[in-house]
Design a binder for this molecule. Structure first.
Ligand code: PLP
Length: 480
């Protein structure tokens, strides 16, 4: 690494990226390429001799960029957001610059200690109970994704209960969730060896706004205990992926507590909103949770990846995930004086991800971060009002955060026709390249999802997006 070469090239790269952001509204938000497009554009093998940065950037512009879907575009409204920011970007840059691998405290003491401190800061910002702080038996750790977070806590909970009831009982362990829980839990169960028949997916419907009913959970647990099974894990969600439903943690927590079940709270998207006092009530009851997760890389201005996981009993994680090979032994670890995050996660190696979260918290401050969340929620409210004013459309579930679920009503109320109509509307809207929205299915109905959350989105983008949707709907309705 030649410092002067780095300076010259990195300046060019920053200019290139800044220009990308300047022009971001000119690209089709959803990439319009066909599968396999890139193989015809790039050579079959890697070059033998070095090429210039300019040549690579030219190729990026001409060949790669058309195959990029622009998640940071102000016209991006699909799935959930995945924010970037100047602070998050600079934090990533610093981390890439230092490029250390902080699996044990000794491999870079600052990486471990900053992660502990920053996750304590964030836990205090969202008012998690003190049991989740690293100053006690718990603590926070940055995972790559919410999927990894739920996997590691599922393994910890599984092993904790097996230590009590005996290893042979694995086939009797039961996991609970709702039919709105993210598929990350299913994957965790597959990896964790939970018998597929012991994964209880409890039904939700519009009567609870797609939230999990404590009564249903209670019934399922009683039934499982009666037939000799062992309930051990509930994944509750605050802000479900389809419609941002909020499972009632207070009611669910009482049940998990009295049955000795590990309660994991997946607040991957909506956890960020809880930094605002007016939205904190959505996680009331988190006091009874054993683990809590939010993706700072979704809606907290922290570049991907950064998924914050807190546990109350870090010993449970460590007992499941620790290894102690000779080549990693050192005085600090052997003396039990430090946290070694390798024992809180699946991989050994880990990046200095706390830097970007630290920079986001310091460069923006809580007040600005709260305004940022509130602004998106106001913009979503504005979109919801626009939809409500057009009698051809219907808002399907009450909006809680910055996601609006809505659908176009068919001229004759025929469900099959309505599903096809909305499917077609999604396709035509996205193929304009002007905006990108996504869909879900609730109670058998095909629903359109409009998620506000790109940092550059302003009211004018919401108005323009609604115009695109209206125009495409008008054209589609004319064909019926
Ligand atoms: N949980 C919820 C509620 C989500 O919405 C998502 C993704 O959108 C996930 C989990 C999975 O996230 P990740 O990609 O971080 O694994």
């Amino acid at each position: 690494m030649d410092a002067e070469q780095l300076r010259e090239n990195a300046h060019k790269m920053v200019d290139f990226i800044a220009d990308y952001y300047k022009n971001i509204e000119n690209f089709p938000v959803l990439s319009q390429v066909e599968p396999g497009y890139l193989r015809t554009l790039l050579p079959d093998s890697a070059p033998n001799h070095p090429e210039s940065l300019q040549d690579v950037l030219d190729d990026f512009q001409a060949k790669i960029l058309p195959g990029v879907t622009h998640w940071q575009s102000p016209d991006y409204f699909a799935y959930f957001p995945s924010n970037s920011s100047i602070a998050g970007f600079l934090g990533e840059m610093l981390s890439a610059g230092i490029n250390m691998v902080g699996f044990s405290w000794i491999t870079s003491p600052a990486a471990t200690e900053l992660e502990m401190i920053v996750l304590d800061w964030l836990a205090k910002v969202i008012k998690l109970p003190d049991d989740f702080l690293s100053t006690g038996q718990g603590g926070g750790v940055i995972q790559g994704t919410a999927s990894e977070a739920v996997l590691v806590v599922l393994l910890a909970a599984r092993d904790k209960v097996l230590r009590r009831v005996g290893k042979n009982a694995l086939g009797k362990l039961v996991v609970y969730s709702s039919d709105q829980t993210h598929s990350a839990l299913q994957k965790a169960c597959q990896i964790g060896g939970i018998h597929p028949e012991n994964c209880r997916v409890l039904k939700t419907d519009s009567s609870t706004e797609y939230a999990l009913s404590p009564e249903l959970l209670n019934e399922a647990i009683s039934h499982d205990i009666a037939i000799g099974l062992i309930p051990f894990f509930l994944c509750a969600t605050v802000g479900t992926t389809s419609s941002t439903a909020v499972d009632p943690l207070l009611g669910l927590g009482k049940i998990t507590k009295s049955n000795g079940i590990w309660l994991h709270v997946d607040a991957a998207y909506a956890g960020s909103a809880c930094i605002c006092p007016e939205f904190r009530h959505y996680i009331d009851g988190v006091e009874e949770a054993d683990s809590f997760n939010m993706n700072a890389h979704k809606w907290f201005l922290t570049n991907f990846d950064c998924s914050a996981l807190w546990v109350k009993d870090r010993g449970a994680l460590i007992q499941s995930l620790s290894t102690n090979p000779e080549f990693l032994k050192n005085k600090a670890s052997q003396g039990n004086m430090v946290v070694d995050y390798k024992d809180w996660q699946i991989p050994l190696g880990r990046r200095f991800r706390s830097l970007k979260l630290w920079m986001v918290l310091r460069l923006y401050g809580l007040e600005n971060l709260q305004s940022y969340i509130r602004n998106h929620i106001e913009l979503a409210k504005h979109f919801e009002e626009l939809v409500s004013q057009d009698p051809r459309f219907k808002v399907v579930t009450p909006r809680k955060f910055s996601l609006v679920c809505f659908r176009l009503l068919p001229p004759h109320s025929n469900e099959e026709c309505a599903n096809k109509l909305n499917h077609d509307l999604l396709d035509t809207v996205n193929s304009t390249g002007r905006i990108f929205i996504s869909h879900t299915v609730l109670s058998g109905n095909y629903i359109l999802r409009f998620a506000v959350g790109a940092p550059l989105t302003e009211e004018r983008h919401i108005n323009a997006a609604w115009k695109v949707i209206q125009e495409e709907a008008t054209a589609l309705l004319r064909t019926l």
